[in-house]
Design a protein around this ligand. Structure first.
Ligand code: B12
Length: 214
C-alpha cells in the first residue's frame, strides 16, 4: 500500500473527516482508480473500525466518526464509481419501524453496509410497512430488508413488515435482517426473520451471508 493510501486508511479509522476528504482528492489527482481507493484504504478501515468496536476498544463516537469519514469519502467517489462500473454487493432497504424514532443504531448499520459495498436505501425512522413494500417494489432483483427497533412496543412492527411483504408476494426475493437493543435471535426466529445481529459490524457479515442465499 502506498504511503498516501496508508494515511487515508488511518484517517478513516480515526474518523478524521478533513484529512479523509483531502487525501481522497489527492489520490484522485494522481489518477488512481477509485476502486483501488475503496479496496486498499476505505473498506479495510471500516472493517477494522467495526472490529475494534466489537472488541470494546472503540466506543460509539469512534465508530460514528469513522462512519462519517467513510460517508464523506463515498460522496466524492460514488459519482466516479457509477461511471467505472463497480458492482455493488447488493441492495439493502433499511429503516426503523413505525412508531419508533430511534435512528442512531440504524444509521450506523446503514453507513457500515454502504461502506462495505452495499447500495443502501435508507427509509429513515417511523417507517410504515407500506413504505417498505413500496421501496422493495422499486427493485427487481434480490433485496435485503433491514429492520431496526429500539422499543419493546415497536418490535411487533417488524413482524407486520414481514407479513405485509409476504402477503404482497415479494417474500421469495427478500431476506429480512433485524436488530436493535431489545431484539434477540429468539425473537428473530419467532417472526421468521432470516437473520439477526447485535452490532453494525456483525450486520455487515450477516448481509454478506444473506445476499448469497437467494
Ligand atoms: C438515544 C435514545 C433516545 C433518543 C433517540 C435519538 C435518536 N435519534 O435515535 C430519544 C431521546 C429521542 C429517545 C426517545 C425515547 N426513548 Co429512547 N433511548 C435512547 C438510548 C439512550 C440509546 C439508544 C441508542 O442510540 N443506542 C446506541 C445504538 C448504536 O445502539 P442500538 O440502537 O442498539 O444499535 C446497535 C445494535 O442494536 C444494532 N442494530 C440496530 N438496529 C439494527 C438493525 C439491523 C437490521 C441490525 C442487523 C442491527 C441493528 O447495531 C447497532 C450498532 O451497533 C436508549 C438506551 C439504550 N441503552 O439502548 C433509550 C431507550 C431505547 N429509549 C427508551 C424509551 C422508553 C424512549 C421513549 C419512549 C422515552 C419517552 N418516554 O419519551 C422515547 C420514544 C420515542 C419514539 N417514539 O421512538 C427505552 C426503551 C425501553 C424499551 N425496551 O422499550 C430505552 C432502552 C431507555 C430505557 N432504558 O428505558 N431515546
Amino acid at each position: 500500500m502506498s504511503k498516501t493510501n496508508q494515511n487515508l486508511y488511518e484517517a478513516v479509522l480515526t474518523g478524521d473527516v478533513a484529512a479523509t476528504v483531502s487525501l481522497v482528492n489527492t489520490i484522485l489527482q494522481e489518477k488512481s482508480d477509485p476502486r483501488l481507493i475503496l479496496e486498499e484504504s476505505l473498506f479495510p478501515a471500516m472493517v477494522q473500525a467495526g472490529e475494534l468496536y466489537d472488541q470494546g476498544e472503540y466506543f460509539l463516537p469512534d465508530l460514528a466518526m469513522a462512519a462519517k469519514a467513510m460517508k464523506e469519502a463515498m460522496a466524492i467517489l460514488e459519482p466516479l464509481l457509477k461511471n467505472s462500473g463497480v458492482e455493488k454487493l447488493g441492495t439493502v432497504v433499511i429503516g426503523t419501524v413505525k412508531g419508533d424514532h430511534h435512528d442512531i443504531g440504524k444509521n450506523l448499520v446503514a453507513s457500515m453496509l454502504e461502506g462495505n459495498g452495499f447500495e443502501v436505501v435508507d427509509l429513515g425512522y417511523n417507517t410504515s410497512a407500506d413504505k417498505f413494500v413500496e421501496a422493495v417494489r422499486k427493485f427487481e432483483g434480490p433485496v435485503l430488508v433491514a429492520l431496526s427497533a429500539l422499543l419493546t412496543i415497536t418490535m411487533p412492527q417488524m413482524k407486520v413488515v414481514i407479513d405485509r411483504i409476504t402477503a404482497e408476494g415479494l417474500r421469495s426475493r427478500v431476506r429480512f435482517m433485524v436488530g436493535g437493543a431489545p431484539v434477540t435471535q429468539e425473537y428473530a426466529d419467532q417472526i421468521s426473520a432470516d437473520g439477526y445481529s447485535d452490532s453494525a459490524n456483525a450486520a455487515v457479515v450477516l448481509a454478506k451471508k444473506l445476499i448469497t442465499s437467494f
